[in-house]
Write a protein that binds this ligand. Structure first.
Ligand code: GLT
Ligand code: MN
Ligand code: MN
Ligand code: MN
Length: 386
């Protein structure tokens, strides 16, 4: 029970299980799993795929011959295990050239290099069968707003995304781009800081259908927002192309904790959303093992992410089948409006009906809505006592 299988579509990044436990104050504490080791380990645990940044696999200064050797070794491990590469991304944040941004840098030499590096990553991903291309603009932001014009930054961001969409079309890659928001870290302020901001930008692109979002639990929670609501909006808009699952304490530095390890109730409603609405994309764990762990701890971490998802999925089924819970929900959603000709769509008839509406304001305002009972029952399902 709770053993992951390929159909669960769980994926991890090379940078997640490859993380050696370095943090801004401390040195690495373990050998992270190398790309080939990660492929074997994840396949054994029942994951569906592995994702990477260009430089997680191929060092930035690799020669073409080295690149070919690395990629063919990696491909060989994929073939042996059947693990897929559903998503690829590009590091536009590690190298010093990106210290003041990539697509939004003031320096056109940097902006051009960012595009070149991104299209090369798209080539690499396409070679390995990737269908989603994530863009996380970790350095697209500022500390000194006097030096960077935030209006120009939006124009440059858009210009870059339009360029990449055109490239995608020209090569017939068929990628869907998924934009990942984060409010801060490593920059003091990152542009387009929330999933909602990304959705706003996407609507202004030349090919809006090609571009969606990759919301991450931790990032929305760092901004103090309700992740479940952000994902619901993206899903309803048909823009949930990918998702980064992890956990995070509110309003702190980026923690990338094991999925479901902190905000259990929010994780439950997230799983409920993905399952009830039959999200078919990848469920990607963008998290890493605590710095206290050795390599065995990394395996426990990876297993834990998937197991917690599957446990919550079972809790969702229990919630959906619980008669008392469903009766309460039906009661809350079962109110009737006795107003013929009014259907919430604007027309001369509905307007007339609306204007004649005699509402019993006091009586409706005095009706109780049993959220206390409903929430307690939800908690009891999560506590395992129901
Ligand atoms: C980095 C970041 C993640 C992004 C990755 C994609 S890299 O680890 O913290 O949230 O998803 O670029
Ligand atoms: Mn994160
Ligand atoms: Mn991170
Ligand atoms: Mn992420």
């Amino acid at each position: 029970k709770f053993i992951p299988v390929k159909e669960d579509r769980f994926t991890f990044g090379l940078w997640t299980v490859g993380n050696p436990g370095r943090d801004p104050f401390g040195l690495p504490v373990r050998d992270g799993f190398s790309p080939v080791e990660a492929v074997h380990m994840l396949a054994e645990l029942g994951a569906y795929g592995v994702n990477f940044h260009d430089n997680d696999l191929v060092p930035i200064d690799a020669t073409p011959v080295e690149k070919q050797r690395i990629v063919s070794g990696f491909r060989c491990a994929l073939e042996q295990t059947g693990l897929k590469v559903p998503m690829v991304t590009v590091s536009l944040f590690t190298d010093p050239i990106f210290k003041d941004g990539a697509f939004t840098s003031n320096d056109p030499r940097v902006r051009a290099y960012a595009l070149q590096k991104t299209i090369e990553s798209m080539d690499l991903g396409a070679e390995l069968g990737a269908e989603v291309f994530v863009l996380w603009g970790g350095r697209e932001g500022s500390e000194v707003d006097a030096g960077k014009n935030a209006v120009e930054a939006m124009k440059r961001y858009r210009e870059a995304l339009n360029y990449l969409c055109e490239y995608n079309l020209s090569q017939k890659y068929g990628y869907k781009f998924a934009l990942e928001a984060k409010p801060n870290e490593p920059r003091a302020d990152i542009y387009l800081p929330t999933t909602g901001a990304m959705l706003g930008m996407i609507a202004t692109l030349d090919y809006p259908d090609m571009v969606g979002v990759n919301p991450e639990v931790a990032h929305e929670r760092m901004a103090g927002l309700n992740f479940y609501h952000a994902v619901a909006q993206a899903l309803e808009a048909g823009k949930l192309f990918h998702i980064d699952l992890n956990d995070q304490k509110m309003s702190r530095f980026d923690q990338d904790l094991r999925f479901g390890s902190d905000g259990i109730k929010e994780a439950f409603f997230l799983v409920k959303l993905l399952e009830d609405y039959q999200y078919t994309g990848m469920k990607h764990f963008d998290a890493h093992a605590l710095r206290t762990e050795d390599r065995q701890g990394v395996i426990e971490f990876a297993k834990g992410c998937m197991r917690t998802y599957l446990i919550l999925k079972e809790k969702v089924a229990q919630f959906n089948a619980d008669q008392e819970i469903q009766a309460l929900i039906a009661e809350m959603n079962g109110k009737k409006l006795e107003l013929p000709d009014f259907d919430f769509k604007f027309s001369p008839e509905s307007l007339k009906a609306l204007q004649s509406y005699q509402v019993d304001r006091t009586a409706i305002g005095a009706e109780g809505i049993p959220y206390e009972r409903l929430d307690q029952l939800t908690c009891e399902i999560l506590f395992g006592v129901r």
